[in-house]
Design a protein around this ligand. Structure first.
Ligand code: GLU
Length: 403
């Protein structure tokens, strides 16, 4: 008889990713013939632009199929360095740049490189599901800080000050945010920076993955740009997944102090070898290539955002703010909690809400519990306008059916 598998304490500290679970469930239902509308996946429905695909095809033809350097091709690092200068007024040399197979491994490599048991990671909630999980897997202690609708889902200087302890190692910022779409202005970042300047032990990991997805003329700023005195302890992370519709290609990157980047290189050299060579050539084309397609795509996203917010606010028991960016909204479902479905199911929390919505109307959303701020749910509007309209009708019908 086989010995029972005994799991690590680290893995026992975390749950599977809820965003991936919901996306997988929607795909399964669809292939089983259910007319499901997936608002769970955080990925653009647009295709990767042709000039990027062509660069990848050319790289294959040119035989760029061998091991590249562990943490990124020199040409990609140059392109990333130029991007930070161009978009964020930040100067990084190529030895300050780390490339990994997606944003997740970048964060994971940084945490493995720096966290000791008990080190605290401040995470404004609602947060992307994987921040606390990755901190916990690396032995750190996630410290969620509730940031509700009254602060537009943003961390305030007072809340940050109250959360910092001598054990605080990292603060995670994510602007525009997954799951709320909220983005910080330069003045708001400066307010946080003033607190951070008083606590030199705190490093800042800023996840800028949705940088290019902002609407209504919002001016994007990242924290090391808002406060250059934080440059020496900020890891500025980004990637090609969202802006260039390249989720499957898996290229994330970050820039920061050379010592940290060197240590992250040690981690990736032992765990991954390198991000895919072909994807890296595609990423070079993305970063160095034309960006005019973004304007058209953002116009579509903005129209969808406005439609989704208006329609969600018409649903009984829901209320939804209009965020600055990303392709998510995070409606509160407080008004539905405590109600009962026509089949007699009591809605006790947002997990019940999301489950019953999927069961009865075949609309997949991610429950707020996964993001650490309830009762709410995340809607990704990175899906066709037609499917979104249908989904909104179904959500309204579901909410109206509750008593
Ligand atoms: N970041 C996307 C999301 O939140 C993709 C899935 C994941 O990596 O969590 O849906």
């Amino acid at each position: 008889m086989a010995t029972a598998l005994s799991l690590s304490d680290a893995v026992n500290r975390v749950e599977p990713s809820a965003t991936i679970a919901v996306t997988t469930k929607a795909a399964e239902l669809r292939s089983a013939g259910v007319d499901v509308i997936g608002l769970g996946a955080g990925e653009p429905d647009f295709d990767t632009p042709d000039h990027i695909k062509e660069a990848a095809i050319q790289a294959i033809r040119d035989g760029k199929t061998k091991y590249p350097p562990a943490d990124g091709l020199p040409d990609l690092k140059e392109a990333i360095s130029a991007k930070f200068q161009r978009d964020n007024e930040l100067s990084y040399t190529t030895d300050q740049v780390h490339v990994a197979p997606g944003g997740k491994p970048v964060i994971y490599n940084a945490f493995v490189a720096t966290l000791n048991p008990g080190d605290e990671v401040i995470i404004p909630a609602p947060y992307w599901v994987s921040y606390p999980a990755m901190a916990a897997l690396c032995g750190g202690r996630p410290v969620p800080v509730a940031c509700g609708a009254n602060s537009q889902y943003k961390l305030t200087p007072d809340a940050l000050e109250a959360a910092i302890t001598p054990r605080t190692k990292w603060l995670i910022l994510n602007s525009p945010s997954n799951p709320t779409g909220a983005a910080y202005t330069a003045a708001e970042l400066k307010g946080l920076a003033d607190v951070l300047l008083r606590h030199p032990q705190v490093w800042i990991l800023t996840d800028d993955m949705y940088e290019h997805l902002v609407y209504d003329g919002f001016t994007y700023t990242t924290i090391a740009q808002a406060e250059p005195a934080l440059y020496d302890r900020t890891l500025t992370m980004n990637g090609v997944s969202k802006a260039y519709a390249m989720t499957g290609w898996r290229i994330g990157y970050a820039a920061g102090p050379a010592e940290l980047i060197k240590t992250m290189r040690k981690v990736i050299s032992q765990t991954t070898s390198n991000p895919c060579s072909i994807s890296q050539y595609a990423a070079i084309a993305a970063l160095n290539g034309p960006h005019d397609f973004l304007e058209d795509r953002n116009a579509v996203f903005k129209t969808r955002r406005d439609m989704v917010v208006a329609e969600l606010n018409k649903a009984e028991g829901l209320s939804c703010d209009t965020p600055e960016g990303a392709f998510y909204v995070y409606p509160s479902c407080a008004g539905a909690i405590g109600k009962t479905t026509p089949s007699g199911q009591k809605i006790e929390n947002d997990s019940d809400f999301a489950r019953e919505l999927l069961e009865t109307e075949a609309v997949a959303v991610v429950m707020g519990a996964a993001f650490g701020l309830s009762p709410a749910f995340r809607v990704s509007y990175a899906t066709s306008t037609e499917a979104l309209s249908d989904a909104m009708l179904r959500i309204q019908r579901f909410c109206a059916s509750l008593s």
